[in-house]
Design a protein around this ligand. Structure first.
Ligand SMILES: C[S@@+](CC[C@H](N)C(=O)[O-])C[C@H]1O[C@@H](n2cnc3c(N)ncnc32)[C@H](O)[C@@H]1O
Length: 288
């Protein structure tokens, strides 16, 4: 029997980020020098801090009207993560700032599993945080995302991190289409990361639905792995699913390789209440 699902918290990571407080379906966060408030459907409880602390936020996101910025609040700035720099921004079209700090435990796994020149495929790579962690730790990453603006942002993060010379392949493509082509070409990877959204679209508008398309994508990923893979990480969020489901999927998929699977939740600890964790996504990782 597997143990109870572990919780991997981003507390103690190197990223200059803090979840200060959460409650009433919102969260109060600090990204570097800027504090922001945005919606968080999972924060059902009451905030720990009094409203006067929340009132100090420099930017507040509203689902209908977008970001409301206090005078002097920047629209874009840079955040340090150890040796890396990530550009974060308050855009009119999204409540996301371009970085998911709860992924920090995965960044640790990527660094631990690195080997010089090993090939890592990052599917649904967004603005490139995991890709840059991989490049900086010796992997040769291939970054795939359907959104051209996201890949441009990721390339700007590469430049901001001083990694312009790193051998990163940037691909704007539908994830399934890309892996299918790689399998046909005989191109193999030592590690694969998948962080699929519940719903998305390929560059040609083709719909991605995690419940419908994940099994096919995982089968293709299995065919794209080398005989001695080093890492597989699957993360999902905003869907009706349990980490035990992800464990079962990886157990079937990676059975020929042996190895070990860990499955659980990614969560952030609050600086105002360290014993209270905010769950944000579920994951399963495979290591040899
Ligand atoms: C929330 S992001 C993943 C976060 C990222 N792994 C990180 O930690 O920064 C989901 C990404 O999936 C991309 N996407 C959606 N549908 C896709 C598809 N069919 N193929 C490839 N990428 C897709 C979106 O453009 C978006 O950048």
């Amino acid at each position: 029997m597997p143990d109870a699902p572990p919780i991997r918290t981003a507390l103690g990571g190197a990223v200059d980020y803090e979840l200060i407080d959460s409650g009433r379906r919102c969260k109060l966060e600090r990204f570097g020098p800027v504090t922001v408030i945005r919606g968080e459907p999972k924060a059902w409880w009451a905030p720990t801090l009094p409203s006067r602390e929340w009132d100090k936020a420099q930017a507040v996101h509203d689902e209908d009207t977008g970001w409301d910025l206090r005078p002097g609040c920047p629209r874009q700035w840079t955040l340090r993560e150890g040796p890396l720099s990530f550009i974060v921004q308050l855009s009119n079209t999204s409540k996301h700032l371009g970085l998911f700090p709860e992924q920090a435990p995965h960044w640790r796994s990527i660094r631990e599993a690195a080997a010089p020149g090993a090939r890592l495929l990052n599917l649904f790579g967004y603005t490139g945080a995991a890709t840059l962690v991989a490049a900086q730790s010796g992997w040769h990453p291939t970054h795939v995302d359907a959104s051209k603006p996201a890949v441009t942002w990721a390339r700007n993060n590469q430049a901001a991190s001083g990694l312009t010379a790193s051998p990163i392949r940037w691909i704007v493509e539908d994830a399934i289409k890309y892996v299918r082509r790689e399998v046909k070409r005989g191109s193999r990877y030592d590690g694969i990361l998948l962080d699929p959204p519940a719903f998305g679209r390929g560059p040609d508008g083709k719909v991605w639905k995690v419940e419908r398309h994940l099994p096919e994508l995982l089968t293709l990923c299995r065919q794209a792995l080398t005989d001695h893979p080093r890492l597989l990480i699957l993360t999902t969020y905003n869907i009706e699913a349990s980490s035990l489901m992800l464990r079962n999927l990886l157990a079937d998929l990676m059975q020929p390789y042996g190895g070990r699977i860990e499955a659980g939740e990614l969560a952030l600890a609050h600086s105002a209440a360290p014993e209270r964790l905010l769950p944000l996504s579920i994951y399963a990782t495979w290591r040899p």
